[in-house]
Design a protein around this ligand. Structure first.
Ligand code: BTN
Length: 323
């Protein structure tokens, strides 16, 4: 009902709308409307109320609800359905559940905060309220599961592009899919798939972007390695505007993948990552290997030349650059 009230207030933003009119349109009591107005104010909506004239919307908070986001989206299909939550365990988990019961390609799950935000390799993703972006996008590409990693690379490229276009800064990608600004992590991706042997059912692209966190807000363990767009740009970021940009880039890069195939994605990923020839250390399933990065193959695996000259193919893990 909140969405409907807001929609109604927005359509008449220059004038007052009487409680009676709203209750008639939405077929609920005036007391119910009054109660919802109270809740909306607590959410940050500035709503003027006059006993004689009714209600008027003065200002909206930077919320990521469908009624705030949809009017500014420039996508053709992505984000046309947005499932928005004040708080949730994990947007990835929710998107997975929705996809299992038939949610369509392009549906998006967004939360203002996550109680169990999930990072790669079983880690926790710090997800405080109203500061950052936590979203999961459902895709249903008609490809075999072997090609799923290219979708991950595609999402990393799209996120980096969105950050660059939005900020003018130049993010890089660190294998497998961390997005860095000045060598600090500004965004991370956790992608999950559901598939049978020869056909993917769906992919969940889980993206977390640190937008308005100040340095002191990061947990101590990541304070020296993480950053936010606000910190890098020196100004508060409109989460709505950033989301608009991110969904636009995701739709575009997914389109490039479907039209041109994986090679175009791999090229863009390589340009961003500049990994070739870098001295790195990779920890994978409890084992640490040092060497020189050779490339990333079309499955997203890292090819590493070890000190004794062997080439190793690493499918998952954590990579660090060595000085
Ligand atoms: C990483 O470890 O770098 C991946 C972090 C991914 C975080 C995002 S936030 C939205 C989505 N929901 C989750 O629980 N995780 C991803």
């Amino acid at each position: 009902m909140d969405e409907e009230i807001l929609q109604f207030l927005r359509e008449h933003s220059s004038a007052f709308l009487s409680g009676e009119e709203i209750s008639r349109q939405l077929k609920v009591t005036r007391t119910a409307i009054w109660k919802r107005m109270k809740v909306l104010r607590e959410m940050g909506y500035e709503i003027e109320a006059s006993t004689k004239r009714g209600y008027r919307l003065i200002r909206s908070p930077d919320l990521l609800s469908p009624s705030e986001v949809k009017p500014i989206l420039r996508t053709k299909w992505m984000g046309k359905t947005i499932h928005h939550f004040q708080t949730i365990d994990s947007t990835n988990y929710k998107a997975y559940q929705l996809a299992l019961i038939g949610a369509e390609e392009g549906e998006v799950v967004i939360a203002e905060s996550q109680k169990k935000g999930r990072g790669r390799l079983g880690r926790h993703w710090f997800s405080p309220s109203f500061l950052n972006l936590y979203l999961s996008v459902i895709l249903r590409p008609k490809i075999p599961p072997q090609q799923a990693s290219i979708i991950t690379l595609m999402a990393a490229v799209a996120t980096a592009e969105a950050i660059e276009k939005f900020s003018g800064l130049k993010p890089s990608i660190k294998w497998p899919n961390d997005i860095l600004l000045r060598s600090r992590k500004v965004a991370g991706l956790l992608n999950e798939i559901q598939s049978e042997m020869d056909q993917i059912h769906f992919v969940i692209l889980g993206i977390g972007v640190n937008l308005n966190m100040d340095e002191r807000m990061f947990p101590k363990e990541i304070r020296s390695t993480a950053t936010s767009l606000k910190k890098e740009m020196g100004q508060t970021i409109s989460r709505k505007a950033f989301l608009q940009s991110l969904l636009g880039e995701l739709e575009e890069w997914y389109g490039i993948f479907l039209k041109e195939g994986g090679a175009a994605i791999l090229k863009a990923w390589r340009d961003r990552a500049q990994i070739e020839g870098k001295r790195v250390k990779v920890t994978s399933f409890g084992e640490t290997v040092a060497g020189v990065a050779v490339d990333v193959d079309s499955d997203g695996a890292l090819i590493l030349r070890t000190q004794d000259g062997d080439e190793k193919r690493i499918v998952a893990g954590d990579m660090e650059y060595k000085k």
